[in-house]
Ligand binder design. Sequence first.
Ligand code: FAD
Ligand code: NDP
Length: 528
Amino acid sequence: MAGFQAAKSCVLLSRNSLLRSKCHQRLRVLKVKRWLSCSSYSLGSSYDYDLAVIGGGSGGLACAKEAAGFDKKVIVLDYVDPSPQGTKWGLGGTCVNVGCIPKKLLHHASLLRESMHDAKHYGWQVPDEVHLSWSTLVGGIQGHVKSLNWGHRVQLKDKNVEYVNGKGSFIDEHTVKVKMKDGKETQLSAANIVLATGGRPKYPDKVPGAMEYGITSDDIFSLKTPPGRSLVIGGSYVALECAGFLHGLGFPTTVMVRSICLRGFDQQMSRLVTDHMEASGIQFLWQQVPENVAKNQDGSLNVKWRSGQGQEGQGEFDTVMFAVGRQPETTQLGLDNTRIQLSAGGKVIESEEQSPVSHIHAIGDILEGGIELTPVAIRAGKLLAQRLFGQGTERMDYEQVATTVFTPLEYSSVGLSEELAIERYGEKHIEVYHAFYKPLEYAVSNRSAEQCYIKAVCQAEGSQRIIGLHITGPGAGEIMQGFALAVKMGASYNQLSSTVGIHPTCAEEVVKLHITKRSGLDPTVTGC
Ligand code: FAD
Ligand code: NDP
């Protein structure tokens, strides 16, 4: 009780940053002490907790908070192993610390530079040379991230969810070992256990120097010094987004792609994204793989690479970032002590979110067949808690989940790519409406709109249901969210085209789509 009062008064003082950091530490000590001394908890069952969540990221926190709302005794374990470069962070998981949040803020920072360029055309007297203070940028972003870490702790406290900064692994199907930072170990038992341990970036096998000198997305958002000449290796979301903001912030940037970019996405749209990046000055090394990373005497990095045809190349960089995919965090969970099965890629297999062990469930990035996005992990976590402790029966629907690639020219999509629609329904059953458009804001500043494009992939018959919608352009993510609702509700092309636009916006170009690909007509739209 005394501990709870002390913790509560800490929360009240949270606006003062000095007190906040002291309070932070005190709260943590009280919490861990209280938790360690609490060997069993009266629940009317033989377990310490109704629910133990392993992993305090997007999915785990959402599940824990929702479960606590049903008056359940809940504990969250969250622990971050430092990256090979020694980077570590606080509560909240990938999105908050080394994913969506710092990424979007760096994306925004890089777009500001473009805006400064445009501003001159609108009459603002912006100096020709503008300079970036990397430390101010990273400091501001990390300050925000820390406020989110703190906010998550406060929310857990408010909902009476216990939080322990410890690493969980199974002893048996109801018992979890918790290893604290200082090496101390303890145990807890729970009626239900949710696995939400997310993933971590991979390094490639057999590339000497990769792990020693290369960084990943775990490190890029808190680098102490500006990245300088940057090589980003990989061709998917993380690689293109990071390359995009690095270039936008003024660092010479190269992307090494071993095959295609944005695998799984509509490839016409993917090409528009990379064409835009290339046109803006980002260098692409296509169909190349890294062979070796070595440190030069001056501290710069020498990278050797090779093409599929065996041709070799090399270059000097200050930062080499690997964005070659993510490894699910399941190897240290002691799953051998359970009946939980893993896929070849190390993700947890549940058929239709139905675990082979009825009280152990997985959500978020570690779930085989899921989608690695924050809102997906959050929704899956909430729905799971409602099924476990409420009257809920709804399962996560992984269809028609909208997503945005935050490259300098954003690309947002929902539903099927054109390729997948053709594969699924046959070419003659698909009608694609498309348009190249020019955002009005680009006009005065003479920005190229060559890659601003929209396409709606529709069924050819009947009212022409929209089964895929794709947009490249400024603020594509903001535009897509509302249309994603319509697509999820089964909107047809007829309904889309009977919707009156909002003028002058980019979004109105979606409802104005009228040229089909099949017609072969020029899809470039002009003016009002
Ligand atoms: P996580 O958020 O990864 O949380 C898992 C937590 O569990 C971590 O804190 C981990 O350290 C901890 N943990 C692991 N093992 C243990 C253990 N044994 N015991 C205790 N704790 C453990 N998604 C979007 O929707 N939009 C974006 O813009 C976006 N941008 C991204 C940018 C980058 C660079 C990256 C890498 C990802 C991005 N994502 C984005 C994806 C998003 O971050 C993830 O889908 C989301 O965080 C997954 O949530 P989760 O709960 O599954 O796992
Ligand atoms: P992905 O697994 O999507 O892509 C990995 C990339 O690395 C591919 O281009 C792959 O090429 C390449 N690659 C793999 N191994 C090697 C190698 N040995 N050498 C060279 N290249 C290699 O991983 P990401 O980390 O980009 O993204 C993970 C997930 O995180 C995404 O699927 C997404 O769900 C989520 N995310 C979401 C974001 C958002 O919402 N905006 C942003 C960032 C991440 P190949 O195609 O040839 O296999």
